[in-house]
Design a protein around this ligand. Sequence first.
Ligand SMILES: NC(=O)c1ccc[n+]([C@@H]2O[C@H](COP(=O)([O-])OP(=O)(O)OC[C@H]3O[C@@H](n4cnc5c(N)ncnc54)[C@H](O)[C@@H]3O)[C@@H](O)[C@H]2O)c1
Length: 360
Amino acid sequence: MIIGIPKEIKNNESRVGMTPGGVFELTKKKHSVFIQSTAGEGSGFPDKLYTEVGAVIVDSIEEVYAKSDMIVKVKEPIAYEYPLIKSNQLLFTYFHFASSQTLTEAMIKSNSVCIAYETVEDEDGTLPLLTPMSEVAGRMAIQQGAKYLEKPIKGRGVLLGGVPGVPPGKVLILGAGVVGVQAAKMAAGLGAHVTIMDINMKRLRYVNDVMPSHVTTEFSSEYNIRKHIQTHDLVVGGVLVKGGKAPKLITRDMLKLMRPGTVVVDVAVDQGGCFETTKATTHEDPIYIIDDVVHYCVANMPGAVPYTSTLALTNVTLPYVLKLANTGWEAACEADATLAKGLNIVHGEIVYDGIAEAFA
Ligand SMILES: NC(=O)c1ccc[n+]([C@@H]2O[C@H](COP(=O)([O-])OP(=O)(O)OC[C@H]3O[C@@H](n4cnc5c(N)ncnc54)[C@H](O)[C@@H]3O)[C@@H](O)[C@H]2O)c1
């Protein structure tokens, strides 16, 4: 099969759809790979690394789309790319169709086959192509939170690890899923005292089993949240209600309970956020302050660490890219129910219930 990897042109997106290591596996199987010049540069992979493993570098995004049977990328195509997509072309990337009618209509019109990373779903309901980005965001939440706790960046002036003779900072994490557990791990590693909350007792039991004793689990309730935000320095929002908006666990009036300079990092911002005062920010302008509480609400946190994120993404997408390339999408989806869940739009028809419902 001929596989094309365009350079991401969405604002501030430096990740790339495939690492040189991934291309190596494809060319080993005699597939052809066309990659747009400098597509990997933002992630630390110069063209040379791709040519060394047999990829052909092409100058324009138009050429990548024109030459390829399958496009592998990171973000959904943007308007400039719509007319480049060929009828019957296979597109394997994040789409998030339900949030864009324009994109959905454009892909229907293109007569392409769209397999969305975000709906590839294992038997147990986990989303294997979303997990690595949650891992990145969970770990980053503590790195960012620790930074904004510094006084010159408007925080309380607390060092999360404390020092001998001074107690460590306190981190409250809402949600003990992928984001929450990774955040807890990083915060605990820094020496902070961590409280992690969930409504799922199985998750709390798991966290209690695997985390050190300075990570405390607590059932998520308004009463408990109101109590803890008065004493914690950093609050991380990592809740998810499948198929729904994030619940507003911290309302505007609750900010007054927090001490000035408390930092909140709402990782769940992409699902509307779990703080009433959340509004999406960007890496250029990541924070804002309400009632002396510093809010960090960047919607694409992994975009700030493209090297790590690209490697983490390719680790999980590559096995599917290989299946799709080796047998074609129909056989690959027939043989693999997890991958088949990723089918969103096929030759002009929406085949994923959630998207059909989103647009009635
Ligand atoms: N901002 C970013 O760049 C970025 C990156 C990756 C993921 N995310 C988002 O982070 C959020 C979390 O993702 P995840 O992969 O950890 O999801 P997950 O499904 O692994 O975990 C979510 C957890 O929230 C818990 N939860 C639900 N309601 C709750 C409540 N009322 N109180 C406490 N916990 C509750 C669930 O029981 C679950 O354990 C999602 O909204 C995801 O889209 C954002």
